[in-house]
Design a protein around this ligand. Sequence first.
Ligand code: NAP
Length: 518
Amino acid sequence: MAIYEYRTEPLTDFTKPENREKYMAAIKQIEAELGQTYPLIIGGRSVFTKEHYISMNPADHTQVIGEISQAGIKEAEEAMEAALIAFESWKKVPAKQRADVLFKAAAILKRERFEFNALMTLEAGKPWIEADADTAEAIDFLEYYGRQMLQLDRIDDLVLSRRDIEKNEYKYIPLGVGAIITPWNFPMAILTGMTSAAIVSGNTVLLKPASTTQVIAYRFVNVLKRAGLPEGVVNFVPGRGSEIGDYIVKHPKTRFISFTGSKEVGQSIFENAAKVNKGQIWLKRVIAEMGGKDAILVDSDTDPEMSATAIVQSAFGFSGQKCSACSRAIIHQDVYDKVLELIIEKTKKLRVGDPKNELVNVGPVNDQRAYNSITEYIEIGRKEGKIVAGGTSSKDKGWFIDPTVIVDLDPMARVMQEEIFGPVLSVVKVDSFETGLDVVNNTEFGLTGAIISNNREHIERAKAEFHVGNLYINRKCTGAIVGYQPFGGFNMSGTDSKAGGPDYLVLHMQGKSICEAL
Ligand code: NAP
């Protein structure tokens, strides 16, 4: 098999008893390891600091996942020094050798897949199939970006034209030190993808993971070390976003910022990065993947069962805490009553609880901040429309919110316009396909969306006019596959970068054109 043949990692089949046993055993193993103290990693050194973050299980207020040292300005500065030093050697390491680190890391993740899954169930509240898909996607990113780098490296040697008088070459070189700032909702896949893309391109990084999933992040950095990544290439600097994140974004030696998270933080990073600080000799590049207010548009001639299934899966998978989650269902009046009836029926059947139990479909939300924000939005929705499923929550044991469906809404209602990032679905009835298309496009976002229709003309119009980075037809709007469905949105959903696509690595590099007179 040629090295650049890429295949996605298959998902685990949980109908097989041996896989269920492995998952339960992994949960036991990870639970036995809980409560440890974790350091920062700067230039390969483990650095313990006085300030600690206590990572908790969102499904169980009594379970401490781990205590992680937090970086202050001093440590961030040391990490920058280490990254600058490492860059001088790492940028000269052949692309093949850099890619090999990713392939080795993928092999380790494949072997330790159940441990990572179990840790995500405990630290991020991920139900089994969601955690398993997250680890599989992390493996895919490593395999895909490794191969992408090998292909780009061949361009390095490409002689663009060779005449009698000159020889032209074009090659990609890395940018420098990057700030990698990651979210908690895909604590493996997105963290792995953003970090591996930056380093396989020859950059060194300061990695600041989301606060609530720092133990997972530490464990992944450890995998990179075991895969042979030299010291100082990835410097692990967990800490408060508003302090450490902000500091590394503004740092004059930061050459690029790769961020995934909310629109609000992404926008402020974009603004801060635009300012040229004292000692800075470049314009920073920003790769930002931000929020969404994703819609599924149901046409008049569709199968209600299929439509409702796609909507409920997209809205409530991982408690709606996916940037791609369907938070708006826009349904043609001809099928509205039947589709809504099925949505309510399917939503009420979902099992909410601690995702350690394999039968749970909807786990907790991320933390108290998320719980407060989502429950406030539910109250807003109660006033703006009518709640027909859910609307209830419980915070006694963990941060649980029942999947909630709100109807009778105006398309401009707040719950139709603002990202809620939880298990809340807003539903609107429309009188025509055209009106539906206007409604799907009327937010400031443009991340994912789906159209469910049997009308070929409508499908073609949606392909042209449904303004999202990832459009799906006759299926759910979540679950993009690395290498097949490059992922990233338009408008306030980001900088149009496409993770898991053929152009992504180039965003972390700059092209150098060389002409030699003969
Ligand atoms: P967030 O609150 O914006 O945080 C994202 C990251 O930014 C975290 O590491 C956070 O650190 C850090 N941060 C916070 N304030 C900062 C600042 N002032 N300067 C620099 N960094 C700062 O987002 P989140 O709650 O983790 O993730 C959910 C959001 O991400 C949703 O809006 C979702 O749609 C979006 N998302 C988008 C995509 C995509 O591909 N488009 C994928 C996944 C998620 P702390 O954790 O320490 O605050």
